[in-house]
Design a protein around this ligand. Structure first.
Ligand SMILES: [Zn+2]
Length: 268
């Protein structure tokens, strides 16, 4: 039985999860039902490689108007087939698809020379421009380098979110100034991440999104468990505490921001 607290019905949205991941093979539909039971009005689920395309299509077709998708070959995967601009743009315009990504730079898992990664990133930005869709940015140990490319490519015109943010205040402000959004995961709730909460406290609420990046990064008090979209509310709770706002206000505002950025065809 789901706990009572999770039956409050302020609408909210997980702006970034991976529901096609095998970690959901045992209870995928139950996890989606728990989202609906908790008052969630949408979730954006991301595919990161060719193998995700079919399951992503299937899950979007099974939950139209509730689950939305994005696809791009992840910057962590040098060895995988990279689609061309036309193919990525076409995919981004399929029913239920709302963005290109995740894309960006990863200097944590991958080491220089990384020209292939920068080329892939620029290709994804070109595809987003062709499709007229916003971008979902992954930047790990590479936040300022990713921001530089986003500025050069004028990605603010398309709209973008730097997801699972764990960079500096300077970069977060740079994202906002470039027309982007900042999204926090469960890492915002981790005890050691006081500096990140200070950053969350300083970024305007209208540019913040919440996410789980599930099945990874379960927030406190679920840390160590398989993460799922319904837990994204714990990220809103941490933002509310950092900003001195009401929890419900942050749930609703981040849902509205997500609808606006990704032009989701739903009302919140
Ligand atoms: Zn992700």
């Amino acid at each position: 039985m789901w706990s009572k607290e999770y039956q409050m019905l302020t609408p909210y949205i997980d702006s970034h999860c991976h529901l096609t991941d095998k970690a959901f093979d045992e209870d995928r539909e139950a996890a989606i039902q728990r989202m609906k039971d908790a008052g969630m009005v949408a979730g954006i689920t991301i595919g990161c490689e060719d193998g995700d395309i079919k399951p992503l299509r299937a899950i979007l077709d099974a939950h139209p108007g509730f689950l939305f998708g994005a696809w791009a070959v992840h910057p962590e995967y040098p060895e995988l087939r990279e689609a061309d601009v036309d193919e990525i743009a076409e995919r981004a315009n399929e029913p239920g698809m709302v963005a290109v990504g995740e894309t960006g730079l990863d200097f944590y898992w991958c080491k220089e020379p990384l020209d292939w990664q920068r080329d892939r990133f620029r290709r994804h930005i070109a595809a987003a421009r062709k499709a007229g869709k916003p971008l979902i940015i992954h930047a790990r140990d590479a936040e300022s380098a990713a921001l530089e490319i986003l500025r050069e490519e004028k990605a603010g015109d398309l709209g973008f979110v730097m997801h699972c943010f764990c960079g500096s205040l300077e970069t977060a402000e740079g994202v906002v100034n470039a027309g982007g959004h900042v999204s926090f995961t469960g890492n915002l709730t981790f005890k050691k991440n006081e500096a990140l909460r200070e950053i969350a406290g300083k970024i305007p609420l209208e540019r913040l999104l919440i996410e789980t990046d599930s099945p990874y990064m379960a927030p406190v008090p679920f840390r160590g468990k398989r993460c799922e979209p319904v837990y994204s509310r714990e990220v809103a709770r941490a933002i509310a505490a950092a900003k001195g706002l009401e929890f419900d206000e942050v749930l609703l505002a981040t849902a509205q921001n997500t609808v606006r950025l990704f032009r989701l065809p739903i009302a919140v």
